[in-house]
Structure formats: structure tokens, C-alpha cells
Write a protein that binds this ligand. Sequence first.
Ligand SMILES: CC(=O)N[C@H]1[C@@H](OP(=O)(O)OP(=O)(O)OC[C@H]2O[C@@H](n3ccc(=O)[nH]c3=O)[C@H](O)[C@@H]2O)O[C@H](CO)[C@H](O)[C@@H]1O
Ligand SMILES: [Mn+2]
Length: 344
Amino acid sequence: MMKYLHNTNTFLLVLVCLSLTGLIFWVYNSTSFRYKEIRICTNLTKEHQENSKLQSPQGLSYNQPSVVGPDGKVIAMTPWLAPIVWEGTFDSFLIESIYKQQNITIATTVFALGKYTQFLKDFLETAEQNYFVGFRVHYYVFTDLPEQVPSVKLGEGRQLKVLKVASSNRWQEITLRRMEKLEKLIESRLLNEADYVFSLDVDTKFYGRWGAESLGRLVGVLHPGYYQTPREQFPYERRPESQAFIPYSEGDYYYGGAVIGGLVKDVHEVAKTCREQLDIDAAKSIEAAWQEESHLNKYFLYNKPSKVLSSEYLWQDFKPHTNEVKIIRFSQVIKNYAAVRPNP
Ligand SMILES: CC(=O)N[C@H]1[C@@H](OP(=O)(O)OP(=O)(O)OC[C@H]2O[C@@H](n3ccc(=O)[nH]c3=O)[C@H](O)[C@@H]2O)O[C@H](CO)[C@H](O)[C@@H]1O
Ligand SMILES: [Mn+2]
């Protein structure tokens, strides 16, 4: 060995060979690394695009989307290509089979303060019969009267947690405070405990199945009172001083405040933004026309939902049936406002 190394020419030759091998090895590695890196980037970009928010600028001029066409048939797609979920547009067996494989947990928040605890029994019992049957559902019941939460037999994999909150003597305060409670619950628990979350009104009953077809990144529901109303007549907040202000020339749909859903982190964004806007309004002593529902409508106008539930998913018991709504899945019960609310 020493003999060869003493020979300068041989030594140089070995050196060149070693360097060349190293160079080839480095080039190969860095190319394959870069190739892998590009693949990872493409995946991330794709994932990013699929998950990204559908934000639209304020002040855009475009026609109001219809919910029912001139032929009386329902429209199953928004103009930003989000599905509007109607009976007949999906195969529940197929959709349930897809989502069952994902082993998901659906958190469901419901508020029952004061006399609204009387609605819990029917809400929970009918949910057990119709709402995400066969899925893992965790109810989070916010109430100031924990002793009045009824014990309802829950299906396998389903749980109910009671969370105590302070009472309030204004119904407006109760309904708008839901955003803050939802925001904080997501931060403290749901990010770890659930995949999807729905926030639902309690003065309601389930009459038909409500399943995995309702799942999406960000989900809103068409308010049953306004799906055929011209946008300038929507009960949006119209005072520019309010953060919930929407001009008469804008608006897609009027969404109901009784149903907000989606991936935990996307619902967190809704709740946090609406809570911030509500706080700004409160500091100026302004309360939007329909409290958090007005702020939700503002949010959904500029951050489009990725899925819209038709009014099958939010009806009102007093409303007569219409042709387009084939199944009523979830509906507001008739209530005597003066008897159940703490204030007029
Ligand atoms: C169908 C629909 O979209 N309803 C919305 C509408 O009127 P609603 O008439 O449906 O409002 P509401 O009286 O049901 O109040 C909304 C929710 O707040 C809770 N609550 C309210 C009062 C009370 O004393 N105790 C209590 O627990 C309860 O969960 C109830 O379901 O406008 C409200 C905002 O003003 C909410 O956006 C509701 O979701
Ligand atoms: Mn209600």
C-alpha cells in the first residue's frame, strides 16, 4: 500500500477517482432529494388548495344565486361550486361507508340556559334516532342548570358532557355568547377530542336522518324563511356602523344561525371572528339585527362555505310543507317566546 502511495501519480489517480465517485454520489443524492422535495411540495400545495378558504373580496357585483330554479327544481350547487345538500343528490349508503372508514368523532354543541332546558329531552332523544347514527358523537351541553339535563340513553360510542355556564337575563346575550363559548371549547378540548363540530339550536327536533352527507370543511344551512327571498330583503344587518353590515347589493343566501358546522379548526375561525366582531360592536353599543346570526351571515358571504345544507336541515314546525323540501330532517319546534325567554 505504502509503496503505491509513494508513487505520486498513483496517489493522484486514486484521489481523482475518489473525488469523482463522491461527486457522482452527491449529484445523485441531491437530485433524488430535490425530486422528493418537489413531490412533497406538490402534495402540500394540493392539500393546501383543497383545504384553503374560499375567500371572496367585498363589493363584488354578481347575480344572486337561486335555490329553486324557474322549473321548480332545486339547485344543488352554489356558484362557487359547493354542493347544496338536498334529498336525491347523494347516496347515503355510499357516503356513510366512506366516512365510517375514517373513524371520526363529531362534536355537537348545544346551549340550554334558563327555560330552554325543557327542549333538551326531545332534542337528544330524536338526535339519537336520526343524527349521525352509528358514528361517534360527543354532545357538549352548555347550561346554567346542570341538574335539569335529562338522562337520555345514548347509543354506542356516543357521550354527553355537561358544561356549566353563567346565567343571563337577556336571550340576545345567551345566543350571541355561543360564539365565544364555542371558540374557547374548541381551543381547550375539541382540537384534541373531535374531527368535526356542529353547533345546533336546542329548541329543535330531528324528524329524519342527518348523516355524513352533511360533513365538510365549512358548513352552513339555508334559513327556511328566506331561500326564495331577493337578497335586498334578507334580514342582514344594514347599519354600516356594525361589523355585521352587508350592503343591499350583496349576498348569496340567508344562513340560519341554528346550524354551523365543519372541521374543528375551520369552525374555530368562524367562532373567533364572529366573537371579535361582536366585541367590537358591543364596545360601540351596537347589537346586530339578529345577533350572532348577522355576524355569521357576514362571515359566510366573504368566506364561502364548502358545503351548504338545504332547508331540509333547518325547518320550522309552523311552516307549511313545500314541494322542494322532500324530507324534513331537523326543525325548530313551536315555542311560546314570552314563556321561554328571560326577556321580551
Ligand atoms: C332558526 C334559526 O336560525 N334561529 C336563530 C334565530 O332565532 P331563534 O328564535 O331560533 O333563537 P332562540 O330563541 O332559539 O335562541 C338560540 C339558541 O340560544 C339558546 N338559548 C336562547 C335563549 C335562552 O333563554 N336560553 C337558551 O339556551 C338555545 O340554544 C337556543 O336554541 O336567531 C338567533 C339569533 O338571535 C339565533 O341565531 C338562532 O339560531
Ligand atoms: Mn331556535
